[in-house]
Design a protein around this ligand. Structure first.
Ligand code: UTP
Length: 295
């Protein structure tokens, strides 16, 4: 029987150096986007795509991630006593969204190494990976589309987006040929290539669905770009004997590990909120006029 994708891994053990000084004492995955941490958006996306079991890769300094998804009975009792039933429901919903497990990566040796920590938990099943600092808009078809592609083809799938050629050196880069509307077949993968010699401007973007054989390849992968064990390198090895598909998309992603994209996420997602959007829009308009951005 064709295997279904029911498990996901969320690597969230990185050092977050692009978001210092905040990340000196707090995980970037706990940055608030309006009133919920980044990691909650990501877990909600996974659950929405049919994932039932989630393993978060954390580290010693990231206990608040675990606390956020735990029951908080004293708070529930205090809110109940004050008749704040909506708040109680929301707090409880967060701890009941899915089976959420945690494992620590003792040392931040790279994304490939972080995913490798999930081997025992995942076992022989296919699984999704969602990066802990990459929010996808809730209308995004990406993860659901990738899981559907996996289940139809039983091949690993990676999310891909075109970026300006000069920026490709910051990403994993894929050469690919078109199969259908959003699907491509990946023929080459290289991590952080020199833009002058990069095989394309298609960048790997924070969502993956893997066959369990990826763990064999991670185990053999040596440190690569930046001295880190790169998942892109393990994927390139996997591709020598298994097909790798790409799911292309153009919008709806926020890299909240990067200050400027974090600011964009907060503004865009706050504008969409029914309770805050209208008033926030007025504030933004006033700022835009004051700054001479509109007349
Ligand atoms: P990033 O490269 O965006 O995260 O990794 P980073 O290393 O924390 O960021 P900077 O560059 O220092 O600012 C993508 C994802 O992989 C996780 C990160 O937490 C992030 O969600 N990661 C990265 C790990 O879990 N372990 C690692 O060793 C590296």
């Amino acid at each position: 029987m064709a295997a279904k994708v029911k498990k996901a891994v969320i690597p969230a053990a990185g050092l977050g150096t692009r978001f210092l000084p905040f990340t000196k004492s707090s995980p970037k995955e706990m940055l608030p986007v309006v009133d919920r941490p980044v990691i909650q958006y990501i877990i909600e996306e996974a659950v929405d795509a049919g994932i039932e079991d989630i393993l978060v890769i954390t580290s010693r300094h990231k206990k608040s991630l675990e606390d956020h998804f735990d029951r908080l009975v004293d708070l529930e009792d205090a809110l109940t006593a004050k008749g704040k039933t909506d708040e109680v429901r929301e707090i409880r919903r967060i701890s009941e969204m899915a089976q959420i497990h945690f494992v620590r990566q003792g040392e931040a040796l790279g994304l490939g190494h972080a995913i490798g920590m999930a081997k025992n938990h995942i076992g022989g099943e296919p699984f999704a990976v969602l990066l802990g600092d990459d929010i996808m808009h809730r209308s995004s078809p990406v993860l659901k589309g990738m899981i559907a592609a996996y289940e139809a083809e039983q091949s690993s799938v990676v999310a891909l987006m075109e970026v300006p050629k000069q920026d490709i050196g910051s990403y994993g880069c894929a050469a690919a040929t078109a199969l259908s509307d959003n699907l491509v077949q990946v023929s080459e993968l290289v991590e952080k290539p020199d833009p002058e010699v990069a095989p394309s401007n298609l960048a790997v973007m924070g969502r993956y669905v893997f066959t369990p054989e990826i763990f064999d390849e991670i185990a053999k992968t040596q440190p690569g770009a930046g001295g880190e064990i790169q998942i892109t390198d393990a994927m390139a090895s996997l591709m020598t004997y298994q097909r790798m598909l790409g799911f292309t998309f153009t919008e709806g992603r926020f890299d909240t590990g990067k200050k400027i994209d974090y600011l964009r996420a907060v503004v865009e997602l706050a504008l969409e909120r029914e309770d805050l959007g209208p008033e926030f829009r007025t504030i933004l308009r006033d700022i835009a006029i004051r700054e001479g951005l509109v007349s």
